[in-house]
Design a protein around this ligand. Structure first.
Ligand code: SF4
Length: 495
Protein backbone atom coordinates (compact mmCIF):
# COMPACT_ATOMS: atom_id res chain seq x y z
CA UNK A 1 0.00 0.00 0.00
CA UNK A 2 1.23 3.49 -0.78
CA UNK A 3 2.12 5.88 2.03
CA UNK A 4 -0.89 8.09 2.60
CA UNK A 5 1.23 10.65 4.38
CA UNK A 6 1.10 12.87 1.33
CA UNK A 7 3.23 15.50 3.06
CA UNK A 8 6.23 13.23 2.32
CA UNK A 9 5.81 13.78 -1.43
CA UNK A 10 7.91 16.48 -3.05
CA UNK A 11 5.30 18.37 -5.09
CA UNK A 12 7.98 20.62 -6.56
CA UNK A 13 9.04 17.82 -8.89
CA UNK A 14 7.37 17.11 -12.19
CA UNK A 15 4.36 14.77 -12.02
CA UNK A 16 5.49 11.16 -12.66
CA UNK A 17 4.07 9.38 -15.71
CA UNK A 18 3.45 6.02 -14.03
CA UNK A 19 0.33 5.22 -12.02
CA UNK A 20 -0.61 5.33 -9.22
CA UNK A 21 2.48 7.50 -8.43
CA UNK A 22 1.09 10.26 -10.61
CA UNK A 23 -2.16 10.38 -8.64
CA UNK A 24 -0.29 10.45 -5.32
CA UNK A 25 1.64 13.43 -6.65
CA UNK A 26 -1.61 15.26 -7.47
CA UNK A 27 -3.20 14.22 -4.19
CA UNK A 28 -0.27 15.80 -2.36
CA UNK A 29 -0.63 19.01 -4.41
CA UNK A 30 -4.40 19.17 -3.85
CA UNK A 31 -3.93 18.50 -0.15
CA UNK A 32 -1.72 21.59 0.24
CA UNK A 33 -4.21 23.70 -1.66
CA UNK A 34 -7.22 22.39 0.27
CA UNK A 35 -5.40 23.15 3.55
CA UNK A 36 -4.86 26.75 2.37
CA UNK A 37 -8.51 27.16 1.34
CA UNK A 38 -9.63 25.69 4.68
CA UNK A 39 -7.41 28.18 6.53
CA UNK A 40 -9.06 31.06 4.63
CA UNK A 41 -12.55 29.74 5.43
CA UNK A 42 -11.60 28.92 9.03
CA UNK A 43 -13.08 25.40 8.74
CA UNK A 44 -12.49 22.09 7.00
CA UNK A 45 -13.76 21.82 3.43
CA UNK A 46 -16.69 19.43 2.92
CA UNK A 47 -17.56 16.95 0.19
CA UNK A 48 -20.79 15.23 -0.77
CA UNK A 49 -20.85 12.26 -3.16
CA UNK A 50 -24.28 11.18 -4.39
CA UNK A 51 -24.42 7.75 -6.02
CA UNK A 52 -27.05 6.63 -8.50
CA UNK A 53 -27.39 3.07 -9.80
CA UNK A 54 -25.71 -0.22 -9.06
CA UNK A 55 -23.10 -1.82 -6.80
CA UNK A 56 -20.34 -0.94 -9.28
CA UNK A 57 -21.14 2.74 -8.92
CA UNK A 58 -21.26 2.46 -5.13
CA UNK A 59 -17.83 0.87 -5.22
CA UNK A 60 -16.52 3.65 -7.47
CA UNK A 61 -17.91 6.23 -5.05
CA UNK A 62 -15.92 4.68 -2.20
CA UNK A 63 -12.81 5.32 -4.31
CA UNK A 64 -13.81 8.94 -4.97
CA UNK A 65 -14.38 9.47 -1.26
CA UNK A 66 -11.02 7.88 -0.46
CA UNK A 67 -9.24 10.45 -2.62
CA UNK A 68 -11.32 13.36 -1.28
CA UNK A 69 -10.54 12.42 2.32
CA UNK A 70 -6.85 11.91 1.54
CA UNK A 71 -6.64 15.47 0.22
CA UNK A 72 -8.32 16.93 3.29
CA UNK A 73 -12.06 17.09 2.62
CA UNK A 74 -14.58 15.93 5.22
CA UNK A 75 -17.84 14.10 4.45
CA UNK A 76 -21.08 16.12 4.49
CA UNK A 77 -24.58 14.63 4.37
CA UNK A 78 -26.22 17.44 2.44
CA UNK A 79 -25.49 18.89 -0.98
CA UNK A 80 -24.47 22.17 0.70
CA UNK A 81 -20.84 21.10 0.52
CA UNK A 82 -17.74 22.70 -1.01
CA UNK A 83 -17.59 19.96 -3.63
CA UNK A 84 -20.53 17.87 -4.79
CA UNK A 85 -20.01 14.86 -7.06
CA UNK A 86 -22.87 13.04 -8.76
CA UNK A 87 -21.83 9.52 -9.76
CA UNK A 88 -24.52 8.88 -12.34
CA UNK A 89 -26.29 5.86 -13.82
CA UNK A 90 -27.81 5.53 -17.26
CA UNK A 91 -29.39 2.09 -17.19
CA UNK A 92 -32.82 3.57 -17.90
CA UNK A 93 -33.71 6.67 -19.86
CA UNK A 94 -35.65 8.17 -16.94
CA UNK A 95 -32.54 7.86 -14.72
CA UNK A 96 -31.02 10.62 -16.90
CA UNK A 97 -34.06 12.87 -16.53
CA UNK A 98 -33.78 12.53 -12.77
CA UNK A 99 -30.12 13.56 -12.85
CA UNK A 100 -30.80 16.68 -14.98
CA UNK A 101 -33.35 17.77 -12.37
CA UNK A 102 -30.82 17.32 -9.60
CA UNK A 103 -28.10 19.22 -11.50
CA UNK A 104 -30.54 22.12 -11.85
CA UNK A 105 -30.92 22.12 -8.07
CA UNK A 106 -27.11 22.22 -7.67
CA UNK A 107 -27.07 25.27 -9.94
CA UNK A 108 -29.31 27.09 -7.44
CA UNK A 109 -27.00 26.15 -4.57
CA UNK A 110 -24.02 27.39 -6.54
CA UNK A 111 -25.65 30.80 -6.97
CA UNK A 112 -25.66 31.11 -3.18
CA UNK A 113 -22.09 29.77 -2.92
CA UNK A 114 -20.05 30.53 -6.08
CA UNK A 115 -16.98 28.78 -4.61
CA UNK A 116 -18.81 25.48 -4.71
CA UNK A 117 -17.38 22.92 -7.13
CA UNK A 118 -19.73 20.62 -9.06
CA UNK A 119 -18.46 17.40 -10.66
CA UNK A 120 -20.34 14.74 -12.64
CA UNK A 121 -19.05 11.27 -13.40
CA UNK A 122 -20.29 7.71 -13.99
CA UNK A 123 -22.11 5.94 -16.80
CA UNK A 124 -24.31 8.80 -17.99
CA UNK A 125 -21.20 10.89 -18.68
CA UNK A 126 -20.01 8.25 -21.17
CA UNK A 127 -22.89 9.31 -23.43
CA UNK A 128 -21.92 12.10 -25.81
CA UNK A 129 -25.46 13.44 -25.95
CA UNK A 130 -25.62 13.85 -22.15
CA UNK A 131 -22.28 15.66 -22.05
CA UNK A 132 -23.37 17.94 -24.89
CA UNK A 133 -26.55 18.85 -23.03
CA UNK A 134 -24.63 19.64 -19.84
CA UNK A 135 -22.11 21.75 -21.78
CA UNK A 136 -24.93 23.81 -23.25
CA UNK A 137 -27.54 23.95 -20.52
CA UNK A 138 -25.65 23.53 -17.23
CA UNK A 139 -22.58 25.67 -17.79
CA UNK A 140 -21.96 26.08 -14.07
CA UNK A 141 -20.72 22.46 -13.85
CA UNK A 142 -16.95 22.45 -13.19
CA UNK A 143 -15.87 18.91 -14.02
CA UNK A 144 -17.13 15.96 -16.07
CA UNK A 145 -15.33 12.64 -16.18
CA UNK A 146 -16.34 9.08 -17.04
CA UNK A 147 -16.24 5.52 -15.77
CA UNK A 148 -12.73 4.73 -17.06
CA UNK A 149 -10.81 7.49 -15.30
CA UNK A 150 -12.38 7.58 -11.82
CA UNK A 151 -8.87 7.04 -10.47
CA UNK A 152 -7.77 10.42 -11.91
CA UNK A 153 -9.93 12.51 -9.57
CA UNK A 154 -7.01 14.26 -7.84
CA UNK A 155 -5.36 15.19 -11.15
CA UNK A 156 -8.64 16.50 -12.54
CA UNK A 157 -9.39 18.51 -9.40
CA UNK A 158 -5.97 20.07 -9.64
CA UNK A 159 -6.82 21.17 -13.17
CA UNK A 160 -10.16 22.67 -12.07
CA UNK A 161 -8.55 24.53 -9.17
CA UNK A 162 -5.74 25.59 -11.50
CA UNK A 163 -8.27 27.21 -13.85
CA UNK A 164 -9.90 29.00 -10.98
CA UNK A 165 -6.78 30.29 -9.36
CA UNK A 166 -4.79 31.24 -12.44
CA UNK A 167 -7.44 33.56 -13.83
CA UNK A 168 -9.73 35.82 -11.91
CA UNK A 169 -11.96 36.71 -14.82
CA UNK A 170 -15.44 35.35 -14.08
CA UNK A 171 -15.88 33.67 -17.47
CA UNK A 172 -12.67 31.67 -17.00
CA UNK A 173 -13.32 30.83 -13.37
CA UNK A 174 -16.05 28.51 -14.56
CA UNK A 175 -14.25 26.85 -17.44
CA UNK A 176 -15.59 23.30 -17.51
CA UNK A 177 -12.99 20.50 -17.43
CA UNK A 178 -14.13 17.46 -19.42
CA UNK A 179 -12.18 14.21 -19.55
CA UNK A 180 -14.06 11.25 -21.02
CA UNK A 181 -12.38 8.11 -22.36
CA UNK A 182 -14.09 5.77 -24.79
CA UNK A 183 -12.50 2.60 -23.49
CA UNK A 184 -9.37 1.45 -21.69
CA UNK A 185 -7.59 -1.67 -20.58
CA UNK A 186 -5.99 0.25 -17.73
CA UNK A 187 -6.62 -0.79 -14.13
CA UNK A 188 -5.00 1.42 -11.48
CA UNK A 189 -4.59 -0.23 -8.09
CA UNK A 190 -3.60 1.01 -4.63
CA UNK A 191 -5.51 4.23 -4.38
CA UNK A 192 -7.27 5.17 -1.13
CA UNK A 193 -10.87 4.21 -0.59
CA UNK A 194 -13.46 4.85 2.14
CA UNK A 195 -15.54 1.77 2.92
CA UNK A 196 -19.20 2.47 3.65
CA UNK A 197 -19.38 -0.32 6.23
CA UNK A 198 -16.68 -1.50 8.63
CA UNK A 199 -17.77 -5.14 8.41
CA UNK A 200 -18.71 -5.76 4.76
CA UNK A 201 -17.31 -4.53 1.48
CA UNK A 202 -17.48 -4.94 -2.27
CA UNK A 203 -14.35 -5.98 -4.19
CA UNK A 204 -14.10 -5.33 -7.92
CA UNK A 205 -12.78 -8.39 -9.69
CA UNK A 206 -13.39 -7.16 -13.22
CA UNK A 207 -14.71 -4.21 -15.17
CA UNK A 208 -16.83 -3.85 -18.31
CA UNK A 209 -18.71 -6.49 -20.27
CA UNK A 210 -18.30 -8.24 -23.62
CA UNK A 211 -21.74 -9.74 -23.94
CA UNK A 212 -23.71 -7.04 -25.74
CA UNK A 213 -27.15 -8.14 -24.61
CA UNK A 214 -29.30 -6.14 -27.00
CA UNK A 215 -31.15 -4.16 -24.31
CA UNK A 216 -28.09 -3.20 -22.27
CA UNK A 217 -25.99 -0.04 -22.39
CA UNK A 218 -23.22 -1.36 -20.11
CA UNK A 219 -20.70 -2.47 -22.78
CA UNK A 220 -20.97 0.99 -24.35
CA UNK A 221 -20.48 2.97 -21.14
CA UNK A 222 -18.24 0.67 -19.08
CA UNK A 223 -16.16 -0.70 -21.94
CA UNK A 224 -14.83 -4.15 -22.73
CA UNK A 225 -14.27 -6.81 -20.12
CA UNK A 226 -10.99 -6.68 -18.20
CA UNK A 227 -10.10 -8.65 -15.09
CA UNK A 228 -7.93 -7.63 -12.16
CA UNK A 229 -4.99 -9.91 -11.34
CA UNK A 230 -6.07 -12.52 -8.83
CA UNK A 231 -3.10 -11.82 -6.55
CA UNK A 232 -4.27 -8.18 -6.22
CA UNK A 233 -7.84 -9.26 -5.48
CA UNK A 234 -6.81 -11.77 -2.84
CA UNK A 235 -4.45 -9.26 -1.23
CA UNK A 236 -7.24 -6.71 -1.06
CA UNK A 237 -9.53 -9.25 0.63
CA UNK A 238 -6.81 -10.25 3.10
CA UNK A 239 -6.19 -6.58 3.97
CA UNK A 240 -9.91 -6.01 4.42
CA UNK A 241 -10.25 -9.04 6.71
CA UNK A 242 -7.34 -7.87 8.83
CA UNK A 243 -9.21 -4.56 9.19
CA UNK A 244 -12.36 -6.23 10.49
CA UNK A 245 -14.33 -7.00 7.30
CA UNK A 246 -16.22 -10.29 7.64
CA UNK A 247 -18.21 -10.33 4.39
CA UNK A 248 -17.02 -9.55 0.88
CA UNK A 249 -19.04 -9.25 -2.30
CA UNK A 250 -17.02 -9.97 -5.45
CA UNK A 251 -18.24 -7.58 -8.11
CA UNK A 252 -18.31 -7.70 -11.89
CA UNK A 253 -20.85 -7.38 -14.69
CA UNK A 254 -20.29 -11.04 -15.53
CA UNK A 255 -18.17 -12.65 -12.81
CA UNK A 256 -18.38 -16.11 -14.37
CA UNK A 257 -16.12 -15.05 -17.21
CA UNK A 258 -13.46 -13.71 -14.81
CA UNK A 259 -9.85 -14.26 -15.84
CA UNK A 260 -10.15 -14.11 -19.62
CA UNK A 261 -7.34 -12.05 -21.10
CA UNK A 262 -5.08 -12.25 -18.02
CA UNK A 263 -1.48 -13.30 -18.62
CA UNK A 264 -1.74 -15.76 -15.75
CA UNK A 265 -5.45 -16.63 -15.74
CA UNK A 266 -7.45 -18.58 -13.20
CA UNK A 267 -11.18 -19.31 -13.37
CA UNK A 268 -13.75 -17.55 -11.26
CA UNK A 269 -14.34 -20.82 -9.41
CA UNK A 270 -10.64 -21.02 -8.53
CA UNK A 271 -10.66 -17.38 -7.37
CA UNK A 272 -13.62 -18.16 -5.09
CA UNK A 273 -11.88 -21.24 -3.75
CA UNK A 274 -8.79 -19.22 -2.84
CA UNK A 275 -10.90 -16.44 -1.27
CA UNK A 276 -12.76 -19.08 0.73
CA UNK A 277 -9.52 -20.24 2.31
CA UNK A 278 -8.51 -16.78 3.59
CA UNK A 279 -8.24 -16.87 7.39
CA UNK A 280 -10.90 -14.78 9.09
CA UNK A 281 -13.30 -14.41 6.16
CA UNK A 282 -16.84 -15.36 7.19
CA UNK A 283 -19.02 -14.74 4.16
CA UNK A 284 -18.40 -14.44 0.44
CA UNK A 285 -21.00 -13.27 -2.05
CA UNK A 286 -20.69 -12.49 -5.73
CA UNK A 287 -22.66 -10.82 -8.50
CA UNK A 288 -23.60 -10.87 -11.30
CA UNK A 289 -23.53 -14.35 -12.85
CA UNK A 290 -24.39 -14.88 -16.49
CA UNK A 291 -26.10 -18.28 -17.00
CA UNK A 292 -24.12 -19.00 -20.18
CA UNK A 293 -20.84 -18.98 -18.23
CA UNK A 294 -21.91 -20.77 -15.04
CA UNK A 295 -19.59 -23.80 -14.82
CA UNK A 296 -19.86 -27.16 -13.06
CA UNK A 297 -16.57 -26.24 -11.40
CA UNK A 298 -18.20 -23.18 -9.81
CA UNK A 299 -21.14 -25.21 -8.50
CA UNK A 300 -18.74 -27.73 -7.04
CA UNK A 301 -16.63 -25.03 -5.35
CA UNK A 302 -19.75 -23.41 -3.87
CA UNK A 303 -21.07 -26.73 -2.60
CA UNK A 304 -17.80 -27.59 -0.85
CA UNK A 305 -16.93 -24.14 0.43
CA UNK A 306 -17.04 -23.01 4.04
CA UNK A 307 -17.85 -19.37 3.54
CA UNK A 308 -19.53 -18.85 0.17
CA UNK A 309 -23.15 -17.91 0.83
CA UNK A 310 -25.71 -20.39 -0.44
CA UNK A 311 -27.23 -17.77 -2.69
CA UNK A 312 -26.88 -17.15 -6.38
CA UNK A 313 -28.26 -14.26 -8.39
CA UNK A 314 -28.73 -15.71 -11.87
CA UNK A 315 -30.55 -13.32 -14.23
CA UNK A 316 -32.80 -15.28 -16.60
CA UNK A 317 -34.43 -12.20 -18.22
CA UNK A 318 -37.06 -14.26 -20.12
CA UNK A 319 -38.43 -17.80 -20.34
CA UNK A 320 -38.95 -17.62 -24.11
CA UNK A 321 -36.19 -19.01 -26.33
CA UNK A 322 -37.19 -16.64 -29.12
CA UNK A 323 -36.86 -13.61 -26.84
CA UNK A 324 -33.64 -14.89 -25.26
CA UNK A 325 -32.19 -15.10 -28.77
CA UNK A 326 -33.36 -11.57 -29.58
CA UNK A 327 -31.73 -10.44 -26.34
CA UNK A 328 -28.46 -12.14 -27.40
CA UNK A 329 -28.30 -14.14 -24.17
CA UNK A 330 -26.81 -17.37 -25.61
CA UNK A 331 -28.85 -19.87 -23.59
CA UNK A 332 -32.32 -21.39 -23.78
CA UNK A 333 -34.96 -21.83 -21.08
CA UNK A 334 -34.03 -25.54 -21.00
CA UNK A 335 -30.34 -24.67 -20.45
CA UNK A 336 -31.37 -22.43 -17.58
CA UNK A 337 -33.54 -25.12 -16.00
CA UNK A 338 -30.65 -27.57 -16.29
CA UNK A 339 -28.45 -25.18 -14.29
CA UNK A 340 -31.14 -24.80 -11.63
CA UNK A 341 -31.28 -28.60 -11.38
CA UNK A 342 -27.50 -28.84 -10.96
CA UNK A 343 -27.42 -26.06 -8.34
CA UNK A 344 -30.20 -27.64 -6.30
CA UNK A 345 -28.76 -31.15 -6.60
CA UNK A 346 -25.46 -29.86 -5.21
CA UNK A 347 -26.99 -27.45 -2.64
CA UNK A 348 -30.64 -28.25 -1.85
CA UNK A 349 -30.93 -25.18 0.41
CA UNK A 350 -29.51 -22.66 -2.10
CA UNK A 351 -31.47 -19.41 -2.57
CA UNK A 352 -31.90 -18.47 -6.23
CA UNK A 353 -32.78 -14.95 -7.29
CA UNK A 354 -33.05 -13.46 -10.75
CA UNK A 355 -33.77 -10.49 -13.03
CA UNK A 356 -36.65 -10.55 -15.50
CA UNK A 357 -37.56 -8.07 -18.21
CA UNK A 358 -41.21 -7.81 -19.25
CA UNK A 359 -42.22 -6.35 -22.59
CA UNK A 360 -39.00 -6.78 -24.59
CA UNK A 361 -39.76 -5.73 -28.22
CA UNK A 362 -41.87 -8.33 -30.07
CA UNK A 363 -42.75 -10.22 -26.84
CA UNK A 364 -46.04 -12.06 -27.48
CA UNK A 365 -48.48 -13.49 -24.98
CA UNK A 366 -47.00 -16.90 -25.74
CA UNK A 367 -43.45 -15.68 -24.99
CA UNK A 368 -44.66 -14.16 -21.76
CA UNK A 369 -46.45 -17.40 -20.78
CA UNK A 370 -43.10 -19.18 -21.19
CA UNK A 371 -41.60 -16.71 -18.71
CA UNK A 372 -44.41 -17.35 -16.21
CA UNK A 373 -44.00 -21.09 -16.67
CA UNK A 374 -40.25 -20.93 -16.04
CA UNK A 375 -40.78 -18.82 -12.91
CA UNK A 376 -43.35 -21.31 -11.58
CA UNK A 377 -40.96 -24.19 -12.25
CA UNK A 378 -37.93 -22.55 -10.62
CA UNK A 379 -39.75 -21.07 -7.62
CA UNK A 380 -37.38 -18.11 -7.24
CA UNK A 381 -36.57 -16.78 -3.78
CA UNK A 382 -37.00 -13.31 -5.22
CA UNK A 383 -36.66 -11.43 -8.48
CA UNK A 384 -35.94 -7.95 -9.71
CA UNK A 385 -38.66 -7.47 -12.28
CA UNK A 386 -38.31 -4.69 -14.84
CA UNK A 387 -40.58 -3.23 -17.43
CA UNK A 388 -38.49 -3.07 -20.63
CA UNK A 389 -37.15 0.44 -21.02
CA UNK A 390 -36.01 1.57 -24.43
CA UNK A 391 -32.38 2.57 -24.08
CA UNK A 392 -31.15 4.82 -26.89
CA UNK A 393 -27.93 3.45 -28.36
CA UNK A 394 -28.79 -0.23 -27.87
CA UNK A 395 -29.91 -2.57 -30.71
CA UNK A 396 -33.23 -3.32 -28.96
CA UNK A 397 -34.19 0.37 -29.07
CA UNK A 398 -34.23 0.19 -32.87
CA UNK A 399 -36.35 -2.97 -32.98
CA UNK A 400 -39.80 -2.62 -34.40
CA UNK A 401 -42.87 -3.88 -32.55
CA UNK A 402 -42.31 -2.34 -29.18
CA UNK A 403 -45.03 -3.77 -26.91
CA UNK A 404 -47.82 -1.31 -25.95
CA UNK A 405 -47.58 0.08 -22.40
CA UNK A 406 -50.95 -1.25 -21.20
CA UNK A 407 -50.07 -4.79 -22.34
CA UNK A 408 -46.70 -4.64 -20.61
CA UNK A 409 -48.25 -3.32 -17.39
CA UNK A 410 -50.80 -6.12 -17.30
CA UNK A 411 -48.09 -8.77 -17.87
CA UNK A 412 -45.89 -7.17 -15.26
CA UNK A 413 -48.64 -7.45 -12.62
CA UNK A 414 -49.18 -11.12 -13.46
CA UNK A 415 -45.47 -11.81 -13.16
CA UNK A 416 -45.29 -10.02 -9.80
CA UNK A 417 -48.04 -12.26 -8.45
CA UNK A 418 -46.13 -15.41 -9.43
CA UNK A 419 -42.86 -14.11 -7.97
CA UNK A 420 -44.53 -12.98 -4.76
CA UNK A 421 -46.11 -16.41 -4.29
CA UNK A 422 -42.81 -18.27 -4.70
CA UNK A 423 -40.89 -15.75 -2.55
CA UNK A 424 -43.39 -16.10 0.28
CA UNK A 425 -43.37 -19.87 0.01
CA UNK A 426 -39.57 -20.04 0.10
CA UNK A 427 -39.27 -17.55 2.97
CA UNK A 428 -42.01 -19.11 5.12
CA UNK A 429 -40.28 -22.50 4.91
CA UNK A 430 -37.56 -20.95 7.12
CA UNK A 431 -39.91 -19.71 9.87
CA UNK A 432 -39.14 -21.26 13.25
CA UNK A 433 -35.52 -22.07 12.27
CA UNK A 434 -32.42 -20.58 13.87
CA UNK A 435 -29.98 -19.17 11.34
CA UNK A 436 -26.77 -17.20 11.32
CA UNK A 437 -27.25 -13.52 10.44
CA UNK A 438 -24.84 -10.68 9.91
CA UNK A 439 -26.07 -7.72 11.96
CA UNK A 440 -26.03 -4.78 9.57
CA UNK A 441 -27.73 -1.80 11.08
CA UNK A 442 -29.70 -0.11 13.77
CA UNK A 443 -33.35 -0.23 12.92
CA UNK A 444 -34.66 1.81 15.80
CA UNK A 445 -32.88 3.62 18.64
CA UNK A 446 -33.05 2.06 22.13
CA UNK A 447 -36.36 3.00 23.75
CA UNK A 448 -35.98 1.32 27.13
CA UNK A 449 -32.39 2.38 27.71
CA UNK A 450 -31.05 -1.12 26.89
CA UNK A 451 -32.32 -2.76 23.78
CA UNK A 452 -33.08 -1.46 20.31
CA UNK A 453 -34.23 -3.01 17.04
CA UNK A 454 -31.48 -4.28 14.74
CA UNK A 455 -31.52 -5.54 11.16
CA UNK A 456 -29.53 -8.58 10.14
CA UNK A 457 -29.03 -10.32 6.82
CA UNK A 458 -29.46 -14.05 6.30
CA UNK A 459 -27.20 -16.03 4.00
CA UNK A 460 -30.02 -16.03 1.42
CA UNK A 461 -30.01 -12.21 1.47
CA UNK A 462 -33.35 -11.78 3.32
CA UNK A 463 -33.57 -9.48 6.33
CA UNK A 464 -34.61 -10.15 9.91
CA UNK A 465 -35.45 -7.54 12.54
CA UNK A 466 -34.81 -8.35 16.18
CA UNK A 467 -34.03 -6.80 19.56
CA UNK A 468 -30.37 -6.31 20.43
CA UNK A 469 -27.70 -3.73 21.24
CA UNK A 470 -25.89 -1.37 18.85
CA UNK A 471 -22.54 -2.99 19.66
CA UNK A 472 -23.75 -6.14 17.89
CA UNK A 473 -23.54 -4.40 14.51
CA UNK A 474 -20.99 -6.16 12.32
CA UNK A 475 -21.22 -9.44 14.23
CA UNK A 476 -22.56 -12.82 13.13
CA UNK A 477 -25.26 -14.03 15.52
CA UNK A 478 -27.68 -16.93 15.69
CA UNK A 479 -31.20 -15.58 15.39
CA UNK A 480 -34.45 -17.51 15.59
CA UNK A 481 -36.84 -16.57 12.78
CA UNK A 482 -40.02 -16.28 14.86
CA UNK A 483 -42.33 -14.92 12.21
CA UNK A 484 -42.24 -14.58 8.44
CA UNK A 485 -43.72 -11.32 7.19
CA UNK A 486 -43.54 -12.11 3.49
CA UNK A 487 -40.14 -10.74 2.50
CA UNK A 488 -38.60 -10.31 5.93
CA UNK A 489 -38.70 -11.89 9.37
CA UNK A 490 -39.19 -10.89 12.96
CA UNK A 491 -36.78 -12.81 15.13
CA UNK A 492 -35.03 -13.12 18.45
CA UNK A 493 -31.41 -13.75 19.39
CA UNK A 494 -30.79 -17.36 20.35
CA UNK A 495 -28.73 -17.40 23.54
S1 SF4 B 1 -24.20 -9.49 -19.45
FE1 SF4 B 1 -25.64 -8.43 -20.76
S2 SF4 B 1 -27.04 -7.44 -19.30
FE2 SF4 B 1 -25.20 -7.95 -18.17
S3 SF4 B 1 -23.92 -6.11 -18.29
FE3 SF4 B 1 -23.29 -7.48 -19.95
S4 SF4 B 1 -24.46 -6.74 -21.70
FE4 SF4 B 1 -25.47 -5.92 -19.88
Amino acid sequence: MFDLNLDNIDTGLQAPESEPHRQYHYMAKCRKLVAKLAAVKGRKLKYHVETFGCQMNFKDSEKLEGVLEAIGFEAEESEKADIVIYNTCTVRENANTKVYGRIGYLGKLKKQNPDMLIALCGCMMQEAVAVEKIKNSYRFVDLIFGTHNIYKLAELLWKVYGNRLSDNRAEHRHRMVIDIWKDTDRIVEELPSVLKYKFKAGVNIMFGCNNFCTYCIVPYVRGRERSRKYADILKEIRDMVSNGIVEVMLLGQNVNSYGKGLEDPISFAELLKQADSIDGIKRIRFMTSHPKDLSDELIDVMAHSRHICRHIHLPVQSGSDRILKAMNRHYTAADYMKLIGKLRDAMPDIAITTDIIVGFPTETEEDFSDTLKLCEEVGFDSAFTFIYSKRTGTPAAAMEEQVPDDVVKERFDRLLEVIQRSSEKRASSLAGKTVEVLVEELDREPNDGHSCMLTGRLENNLLVHFKGCPDMIGKLLNVKLDECRGFYFLGSIEE
